[in-house]
Design a protein around this ligand. Sequence first.
Ligand SMILES: O=P(O)(O)OC[C@H]1O[C@H](OP(=O)(O)OP(=O)(O)O)[C@H](O)[C@@H]1O
Ligand SMILES: O=c1cc[nH]c(=O)[nH]1
Length: 213
Amino acid sequence: MSPAQSAEHPETAQPPKRSSREVLDASDISRALTRIAHEILERNRGADPVVLLGIPSRGVPLAQRVSARIQAVEGQSVPTGSLDVTMYRDDIGLKPPRGLEHTDIPADGIDGKVVVLVDDVLFSGRTIRAALDALGDIGRPRAVQLAVLVDRGHRELPIRADYVGKNLPTSLVERVTVHLTEFDGEDAVLIADRAADKAADKAADKAPTGVKA
Ligand SMILES: O=P(O)(O)OC[C@H]1O[C@H](OP(=O)(O)OP(=O)(O)O)[C@H](O)[C@@H]1O
Ligand SMILES: O=c1cc[nH]c(=O)[nH]1
C-alpha cells in the first residue's frame, strides 16, 4: 500500500517498521574473537607480556572470551580484568550522569606489561581516550593496544584499533548495537537507523489499538 493509499485508509495502514538489521551473527562474532586472540599472540610473540582489560559494559565479557581463546591456544592464562572509564569521560556534565562500573586490575598490575584494552564498538574514540587517562592513574604499561569487535568509523580523536573484528562503514544517523549472551541472551551485532526508529516508535504510539509496529 502506497503512503497515499495509507492516508486514504488509515485503519489498514501498515506502521513503519523498525530499521534494525543484523550484520554479525553468533558465529561471525566467535570467529572474529578467535582471530583477534591469534593476532594478539602473534604481535606480542606469545601471551607473556599481555594483560587484557575490558571496558564495561560489553568489553568485559569480550575480554574474557579473548582470554579463554588465548589460554586454549597457549595453555597459559592471561591476566584479565576491567577498567571503568566513567570518571575520565569528557562529557561529564553534558550528558545524564552514568553509574560507576567496576575496575578490576589483575594482582600483578600493569607496570611494564602490554595492556590490551577491549571494547565492543569504536566510534568517536572518546571512550578509549578516557581509558588511556584511567590507565595513567593505575600504572605505566610498556605499551597499550586496542581490540574492538566493531570499528564503525567517525573518529573525533587520533585513535585507532590494533585488532578489529569487523570494520563496519556506517552513517552518523545509524547506531551499532552489540548483543552478548552475558547481557542480552544472544550474540549479535545490529545496525539501526535512529531517525527511522524514532519515526516507527512515534507511529506505534499513535497506532489504533491492535496495530503494532
Ligand atoms: O568511541 P565512542 O564514541 O566513545 O563510542 C564507543 C563506546 O560507546 C559504547 O558505549 P556506551 O557509552 O554507549 O555505553 P555502554 O558501554 O553501556 O554500551 C561502546 O560500548 C563503546 O564503549
Ligand atoms: O553506534 C554506536 C556508537 C557508539 N557506541 C555504540 O555502542 N554504538
